[in-house]
Design a protein around this ligand. Structure first.
Ligand code: BGC
Length: 439
């Protein structure tokens, strides 16, 4: 044993212990989640907002050409989607654009002007026509109608100065007017989780009208959230990223991250801060910086991206996990890109640390999903469908298996086999069109 390998082993085993989530703890979390769903619905408080969506389950027969807008991250997307009424959909035209840091901290009018410009580009490519528009707004919002959504505090590092309290549909409509795009009418607004759920139901029921609609829509990318069909309470946007039951399982890294961030404020988005793509790289960075302080390992990371908050992201974690080379050459290449160097043992340790952090994220998400499924069906007796989108679920090797293994640990193989998890990349555009056509 060299001093370096001893140091690396110690770092990994301490992290393993800190990020450990026992089945008993996860079961407690799932039960707390179910209880908070009930209190959120009853208006009795708790961290789950259980927001109304005014969206009905699609029949699968929705059709038409619909403009869609997807705003919820650094990349925005506008498209023209054709729904054929049989569960299939085609993106006829699409414009993907990037919001600047200035947009993220600027005024609402500035953001909506960027969006309206993209809408202008998309419709200009087709003969003049009247278009309905489905708007996916992937932040918390209190809907009052299918076409009226009052913005609540933003998440994922956005802090548009004058947005909170305003109706995002009215703001988009004003921006369309400023661009003289009066033939485009915003007819529906919905969260991305609702769009993912609606898209899955549309696809399944369009292909076979007896097919079950999706029960849950999950996004696990930069942020995380769930929507669920709660029967008489309708389809709800849980804003599950805000679930605070996870505080019971926090490590000192989670506690420090939560305390030090201004946006979202301390105490807010606790599950998201422990489980979503925006934060996992930052957690790894903090663990590594901490380890470098007290031993010989990770000294070559000083002065690299590892010194800058949020410079390590979940795409990096996915690349680290995907490295199957015995010498961890791909990790070496990645570290070089990030301005760092590390010995073989350190690269191995980095892989282990990253897997410890992502594994915990998958287990927390699994517990939250079980919380929702048990609310719908306490005995988990029926088949259920979870529709999923997002870069962490879709991009991190083996993520889905980590979630499903956790289901097995918590509720056994038989019940797990009744839960379908269906990943659909870029499902939100189709979902936006479906929501607009179904409303
Ligand atoms: C937002 C949710 C959204 C999720 C996934 C969260 O930060 O609060 O509204 O669904 O990110 O995009």
């Amino acid at each position: 044993m060299t001093p370096m390998s001893l140091s690396c082993d110690g770092i990994v085993s301490r992290a393993r212990a800190a990020f450990e989530t026992t089945p008993a703890a996860l079961d407690g979390l799932a039960r707390e989640f179910t209880a908070q769903m009930a209190s959120g619905l009853a208006g009795a408080g708790g961290s789950l907002k259980m927001l109304r969506t005014f969206t009905r389950q699609p029949t699968g027969r929705e059709s038409g050409r619909i403009v869609v807008v997807d705003w919820g991250g650094t990349k925005g997307r506008v498209g023209l989607v054709a729904l054929s009424g049989d569960g299939s959909a085609r993106v006829v035209n699409e414009d993907v654009f990037t919001f600047s840091d200035g947009d993220k901290q600027g005024t609402a009018a500035r953001v909506f002007d960027v969006v309206a410009a993209a809408i202008g580009r998309v419709v200009a490519a087709h003969p003049p026509a009247d278009y309905p528009l489905g708007f996916v707004y992937s932040f918390p919002a209190r809907l009052e109608r299918i076409d009226r959504a009052i913005a609540l505090a933003l998440t994922k590092g956005w802090s548009v100065v004058d947005l909170e309290g305003q109706d995002v549909v009215a703001l988009l409509t004003e921006a369309l007017r400023r661009r003289e795009l009066s033939r485009v009418t915003v007819t529906a607004v919905g969260n991305d989780t609702v769009a993912t759920l609606a898209q899955q139901s549309y696809r399944a029921r369009g292909a076979d009208h007896r097919a079950r609609p999706a029960d849950v829509g999950l996004i696990l990318g930069t942020g995380t959230n769930q929507a669920a069909d709660l029967g008489t309470a309708g389809i709800r946007n849980l804003e599950s990223g805000n679930f605070d039951g996870v505080a019971a399982l926090e490590t000192r890294y989670d506690a420090a991250l939560d305390r030090e961030l201004v946006d979202p404020k301390p105490g807010a988005q606790r599950l998201e801060k422990m489980a979503s793509g925006r934060y996992l790289g930052e957690l790894l960075r903090r663990v590594v910086v901490d380890a470098a302080r007290d031993g010989p390992a990770f000294r070559g990371l000083a002065g690299s991206a590892f010194a800058t908050p949020f410079a390590v992201d979940s795409e990096h974690l996915s690349r680290i996990a995907a490295d199957g080379t015995p010498e961890r050459k791909d990790v070496e290449t990645l570290l070089r890109e990030l301005g760092a160097t590390a010995e073989r043992e350190e690269r191995e340790a980095l892989r282990e640390l990253s897997s410890v952090i992502v594994r915990r994220a998958a287990r927390l998400v699994a517990a939250a999903l079980l919380g929702t499924l048990r609310f719908i069906d306490p005995a988990l007796a029926e088949g259920r469908t979870i529709a999923v989108d997002g870069s962490l679920w879709g991009g991190y090797p083996g993520f889905e298996s980590l979630v499903r293994e956790t289901f097995v640990e918590l509720v056994g193989r038989e019940r797990t086999d009744r839960i379908d998890t269906i990943f659909a990349k870029d499902s939100t555009s189709t979902g936006a069109a479906v929501i607009a056509a179904a409303s």
